[in-house]
Design a protein around this ligand. Structure first.
Ligand code: FAD
Length: 414
């Protein structure tokens, strides 16, 4: 058995774990990352692709955005289609902020490339990862690699191991409230080797269901289709997928279909989860380990990197100045942002997805909401604020309600 000693043991080398370790290293705080999958797998995992302004600023501020700035697609807005109308909503015109298209796997590659060469502080292919001592002052992470048992002793553990990881599962159930909502539909996601048929994202709300055209590069399209939660992938042969995309997106997708091969097809379950609090003892939950967003509003990666940045700041403050206030406040601070993003994601998911049991009243209400958005004005500004994530960057301002004094109540007659 081999024993290592570090300040922060990071479980998971997804974007959250890698970014956290990068920020800690930049401030002289050493860490060891333990990752279950291989490097090739982690670098090739195609998932998110829409980055908010705040995320791009974080990456630029950390010297991680050279390639991003050269290769990303900057989108000033998107198309919203419903009831055969197509309306462009420009977040740049509404609030002065665009969104950025740059694949999550590219962010991961940039984070890995930025690591100093030859370091042995990142273990890929770790098996049987277990956490111990998280309630006390000497937590540790044990795992097996190449047949050898390794134990990483640390001051803190950062659980960045996603929804199915061991970190959240290591917290005693009584110490955690786990909020979970499963939506009654899934998405089929396609990665297609063809140029997108429209230069910006197209969200289409169709009576047959929702569809989204997105992209990863000028040559690679990402297409999504709402399906019933009970459907299997076998219910969706390629011909049916293309037919539905054509109808729901109001386009002739045959050119895309002719030009492009399907590189990947995935089923994406739509769910919202939040684990509260995002801390237990010396274990801090970061990113998908603490929360999952339905992909409708593209918040997962963005909020995960925000969590990692906030935890890095709090840990650096602890090591530099011995102050534990920011660490103690990590969960409460992040949960405010997480619930804000959950609220928007759940609302957008309702707005975009006609439910199988929707009544005509529900339908008319949905169209009224979409129309309000498409008309611009204050609704569209508030929407853009949440869509690009600017609202989460503002410090919270919650005026305190003061109870009316007795003499004020006295004068009030029922
Ligand atoms: C199809 C799809 C599309 C998406 N689109 C968007 C989008 O457009 N915009 C957006 O913002 N978000 C999107 N998301 C969500 C986004 O991908 C996630 O929120 C993001 O990956 C979270 O990063 P993370 O580092 O917290 O977790 P992950 O990326 O899940 O990383 C966790 C890491 O931990 C490792 N791990 C797991 N278990 C263990 C273990 N026991 N021991 C050690 N390591 C372990 C995993 O292998 C993985 O490398 C999408 C997700 C999916 C699935």
């Amino acid at each position: 058995m081999r024993t290592l000693r570090t300040k922060v043991a990071v479980v998971g080398a997804g974007p959250a774990g890698l970014f956290l370790a990068h920020e800690l290293r930049a401030h002289g705080v050493d860490s060891v990352i333990v990752e279950r999958c291989t490097r090739e797998h982690v670098e090739r995992r195609v998932r998110a692709g829409l980055l908010e302004e705040g995320t791009v600023r974080l990456l630029r501020g950390s010297g991680l955005a050279d390639r991003l700035d050269r290769q990303c697609l900057v989108h000033d807005g998107f198309q919203l289609r419903f009831e055969t109308t197509s309306q462009r909503i420009s977040t740049a015109a509404l609030i002065g902020e665009p969104t950025y298209i740059y694949g999550q796997q590219e962010v991961v590659k940039d984070l890995l490339a930025a690591r100093p060469p030859g370091g042995d502080s990142l273990y890929f292919g770790a098996q049987d990862v277990r956490l111990a001592g998280i309630a006390g002052a000497s937590p540790s992470v044990a795992f097996t690699t190449g047949g050898e048992q390794v134990v990483v002793e640390a001051d803190f553990i950062a659980g960045c191991d996603g929804y199915h990881g061991v970190s959240r599962a290591s917290i005693p159930p009584a110490a955690l409230t786990f909020h979970s909502r499963r939506y009654p539909f899934n998405w089929i996601g396609l990665l297609v080797s063809a140029a997108p048929f429209a230069p910006e994202l197209v969200y289409s709300v169709h009576p047959r269901g929702f569809a989204l055209q997105s992209m990863r590069t000028p040559e690679i399209s990402r297409l999504y289709l709402q399906t019933d939660g009970r459907d299997e992938l076998s219910d969706w042969p390629e011909s049916r997928i293309w037919d539905e995309l054509a109808q729901r997106l109001y386009v002739d997708v045959s050119r895309t279909r002719e030009r492009g091969a399907i590189l990947e097809q995935v089923r994406v379950p739509l769910r919202s989860t939040v684990a509260e609090p995002m801390q237990f003892g010396r274990l801090f939950l970061v990113g998908d380990a603490a929360h999952i967003f339905p992909p409708t509003a593209a918040k997962g990666l963005n909020v995960a990197l925000e969590d990692a940045s906030a935890l890095a700041d709090a840990l650096v403050t602890w090591y530099r100045r011995g102050e534990d206030g920011p660490l103690e406040g990590y969960s409460a601070t992040r949960l405010r942002a997480v619930w804000r993003a959950q609220d928007f994601s759940a609302w957008l998911t309702w707005l975009f997805h006609p439910a199988a049991d929707a009544t005509p009243f529900d339908h008319r209400r949905r169209i009224a909401s979409l129309t309000r958005l498409a008309e611009g004005g204050s609704s569209a500004i508030a929407f853009a604020d949440e869509y690009v994530g600017r609202s989460r960057r503002r410090p919270p301002s919650r005026p305190h309600l003061t109870a009316p004094r007795i003499h004020e109540l006295d004068g009030m007659e029922g």
